[in-house]
Design a protein around this ligand. Structure first.
Ligand code: PLP
Length: 390
């Protein structure tokens, strides 16, 4: 059903098998068309007071309604921004700037994305104290660890919904309830980047005040995202400028990207149930094929969502396997794209031995993938294992 534009590889006549969708996804044709339409025809500035401006403003309103629905939010709670990194920075620095008089303690997990970890490192340098909850060996955060970490001066809990390396889901509903019971004034930010269109987003049910999603993980272009700020919560903005996005995220709205994100949300929302079923089937097929071809391979952690699986092939160094797979037009990654070459802090926090960490491959699916992609991965990994495990 998905007619993805990038099936052709760089090598003539060969099909690309792209299984690195947690790093980024190919842009959906519908999203690309919406962007081109916004660039070429509906190119007005939504703030302009003439017909072209009004058309752009209507498109902005319609896009916000569509994205809000996908985020389980009201349109007035959604602010367009540049993506997950900006959302995380907005939440972390906004809460600290607003509430530092109440306290200077922040809780997060040891398995967050570098956007969170590095923002918090910066704040530590400014006198804030940060507790990083350690995961268990499956990649989950035991609730008891949050309970022990909560303090009277806790002002922020920031936690991912789905881990980008192993696919473990965090118990955000229980976390939110516990936080609100013990520290009612503290705010809860969820990094839902890897959960968007993997699981339904229900921020109100989770006790969530702030939430970040990113377009390029769901078939929209890079450089567009959306930030949820619950009605009644008012953070200071990161940027100062005009009155766009209610003054919370000033700058002329990037309408091509916004229209593309809305178009991707429309496509993904309409197909959500079927897509989840399809990806679940692909994940089960991958695991069965791996078990048969490489009985010595191991899965790292528990993937509560079928979209991402971390597998270790002991004896086969990740970087070398990546190159071998690439030669067969199979694209996966060793872990987070942002960690580029560094040992995975996620697998290390889970307490995995070095050999498992050094031989990890992350396979991540999007709905356009097929069993042929899995078959190509298995065939290429067989070649790699035969070369490296002599
Ligand atoms: N959070 C998670 C869990 C991610 O996987 C990513 C991207 O890889 C980000 C945040 C950053 O999002 P963006 O690339 O839109 O800045």
């Amino acid at each position: 059903m998905y007619n993805i534009l990038v099936r052709e590889s760089g090598r003539k006549g060969e099909t690309m098998h792209y299984l690195d969708n947690s790093a980024t996804t190919p842009v959906l044709p519908e999203a690309a068309e919406a962007a081109v339409h916004a660039m070429r025809e509906a190119f007005g500035n939504p703030s302009s007071q003439h017909r072209l401006g009004n058309r752009a403003a209507a498109m902005l309103k319609e896009s916000r309604a569509c994205v809000a629905q996908a985020m389980g939010a009201q349109p007035g709670e959604v602010y367009f921004n540049s993506g997950g990194t900006e959302g995380i920075n907005t939440a972390v620095f906004g809460v600290c700037r607003k509430n530092f008089r109440r306290g200077k303690h922040i809780i997060t997990t040891a398995v967050e994305h570098s956007a969170t970890l590095n923002s918090l490192k910066k704040l530590e340098g400014e006198g804030f104290s940060v507790t990083r909850l350690q995961p268990d060996v499956d990649g989950h955060i035991p609730l008891g660890r949050l309970e022990e970490a909560l303090r009277e001066d806790t002002i922020l809990l920031t936690c991912m919904l789905v881990n980008n390396e192993v696919g473990a889901c965090m118990p955000v509903g229980e976390m939110g309830r516990l936080l609100k019971r013990r520290c009612p004034h503290a705010l809860f930010h969820i990094d839902a980047v890897q959960g968007f269109f993997r699981v339904p987003l229900t921020p109100a049910k989770w006790g969530c005040d702030l939430m970040s999603v990113s377009g390029h993980k769901v078939g929209a272009p890079k450089g567009i995202g959306a930030f949820y700020m619950k009605k009644g919560v008012a953070l200071p903005p990161l940027l100062y400028g005009g009155g766009q996005e209610n003054g919370f995220r000033p700058g002329t709205e990037p309408m091509p990207n916004i229209a593309a994100l809305a178009a991707a949300c429309r496509v993904r929302a309409a197909a959500f149930a079927g897509d989840c079923e399809h990806v679940r089937g692909l994940c089960a097929y991958l695991k069965a094929q791996v078990a048969e071809a490489f009985p010595w391979a191991v899965q790292n952690g528990v993937n509560d969502v079928p979209h991402v699986v971390s597998l270790s092939f002991p004896g086969c160094k990740s970087e070398v396997m990546l190159r071998i797979l690439e030669q067969e037009e199979v694209y996966v990654s060793a872990g987070s794209a942002c960690a580029k070459g560094h040992e995975s802090h996620v697998l290390r926090a889970m307490g995995l031995p070095k050999e498992r960490i050094d031989s990890a491959l992350r396979v991540s699916f999007a709905p356009h993938n097929t069993r042929a992609d899995v078959d190509a991965f298995i065939a290429a990994a067989r070649k790699g294992a035969a070369m490296l495990r002599r």
